[in-house]
Design a protein. Sequence first.
Length: 763
Amino acid sequence: MISRCRIVIKGTVQGVGFRPFVYRLAGMYNINGSVLNSSRGVIIEAEGEEGMVQAFINMIKENPPALSEINSFQVSELPPAGFTCFEILKSSHDQTSEALIPPDVGTCPACAGEILDPKDRHYRYPFTNCTNCGPRFTIIEKIPYDRLKTSMKTFSMCSYCGAEYNNPLDRRFHAQPVACPACGPGVRTTDNKGEQAAEDKNWLEFAWSALGKGKVFALKSLGGFHLTCDAHNADAVKSLRIRKGRQAKPFAVMCKDMDTVRKYYHVNNDENKLLLSPQAPIVILKKREHFGLPEELAPKLNTMGVMLPYTPLHLLIFSGPFDILVMTSGNYSELPLVIKNENAIDELSAIADYFLFHNREIVNRCDDSLIQILDGEVSFFRRSRGYTPQPILIMRKKNSPVVVGIGGEMKNSFCILKQNQAFMSQYIGEIDTIEGEKNLFDSFANFQRLIGAKPEIVAYDAHPDYASSYMARKVPAENYVEVQHHHAHLASCMAENNLDNEDIIGVILDGTGYGIDGNIWGFEVFKGSYTGFERMFHLAYVPLPGGEIAIRQPWRTAYSYLATFLGNRGKEHAGEIFADRDINIVEQLIASSFNSPLSCGCGRLFDAVSAMLGVCHENTYEGQAAIELGEIALKASESILKASYSYTVTGDTILPGEMLEGIIEDKFAGVPAEAISVKFHNTLVNIICDAAVRISARTGIKKVVLSGGTWHNEYLFKTTVKALRRERFQVCFHRQVPTNDGGIALGQAMIAHWRLKDVKGRK
């Protein structure tokens, strides 16, 4: 019996080899009909023997292409049409966009082999790709994903590439960026004045020579420029730090292969899998005991961000004398990643000695993703290249309004809720500059166009002075919703864990967030849901003498903690510990309450303890003191792992005075800083569990969500999760969006959705 079905598949099904996959299956099962890309997704007409049609459908459902992700699979039966063959139709486009743009994908083994094969026409060609790899999101302008709607439209295919592109049985069939040396993009090497530095055909040998002499290159990569130098050359690394204005923040490195990674770093199975994945993120790894590389790569830290070559350009650079290179973002300080050739010389010439350009335009800026494995779980610092714009499925009806969460001031990423999907943007970064503001607006305009979403509701941070809050009002919409910072953290974790609008316990730990009382919050234990929250417990407030300068100089915060909670005795201790600092100014600021805002941020408590122990007196990058304090806790001996300090809870306020007294006593008794750090961390774990148990006893709630940048701390995260589970709590944390401020846009959007869920009668 002849059967005909129409199959509509939605999700990430374009640019991942779906149509040739379906074409080959149709031949295997004697199916006639067609397949095409549309703005709705992939549409298949399948006609044949009933049993064969069903087997064909099952195979598509159960074994789709590796890079695809199916969100919806709809099958409808239709009368036979008498198709006589199976063909791939030209893409169609309508006003309703439901097709998803695939993320950029690292170079596949087949293309890598061709690049290094002298007999292949792609030999040493830095833009080789196929359906299984290469740029997607960074080159696309519109959907559906066709060559004419990408930055490859200016490159006409040669006959060889055209034959591959049009052959459904070839792995380059409709690979939109397909190219070769005869017809595709090319590279150009210049000095930092823009003058050509080497013949185009000799670019690789020149790069090897210059890097070997300690020079810094600005290299145009997939989603922006990288700054690179020889990671073995301490002078080159120091020079890059000085020029980039990056005093101590660790550099990311790129290793030639996994053997090189294992030579310098410890790698477990989860980390190995991530490094080799198509997403190819930067993965935070622990250095080996005999590291053998300059300390300047990651001063005072035992961990670094490591990645493998993910473009043909990277692979070619590593086909020479280098096994490891610094590969850090191509920008100065906190400005956006440079993506345009014409801007690179102006913005990076003071940093780079040479430039390696190419002439394929980057449409969508996209920084490298940064991931850490914590206790076997993925934890995003940055969710960007390789993952964006892949949506996250959330608990929301498909007819819900389009909601935008504009994100935070730092580590900005925005979020668009469309139907039951949350589209997190690439990493935007800092937006408190003209360049940062433009980056946010340009990225938002591109993103909105690609997913076909017109905002109806816009949510933003409640801080009255944030640039993000001001910018949110510039987005045309029907409603605007102000969201408290830590409530957004709570809702973000709820959303990605598919929790309904139910009351849960939220432990939100970070450095800074505007509180509803006008003070700076950051150590919060909430009872809350999407629609509201109640602040059940918080750390006691301390003044930050000098405001922002106290964040940059943790010893000021340490003085404030000691003076506030230990009185004159604390001031005496501070005088001994910080004898080389001008504590009189700090004392006057606190006494007069001048420029000394009140804070209860967990990050500031870490700053204070770090400074007291002499671990870090100055934050040259965000979270430095806390990161260094957290790392030394991992070095402590087994004998100290259960020790902790005392503390007091009065009403809803956590008083750290006894803990500070214990820390000072141990310090003056000569107890190692590593052991004190462990006891400090254990005290925080005890405080968190105590607060959760008290709230649960009153309310019966047994679900806890953890959010906020402090949860990147490996020791605190692992120990807290185990402790809460011992108390029979269900613990939810972030696996898909960053636990830091890079994830709050999702929470903002979900809160706005629930507050206005009855807008236009929808939920």
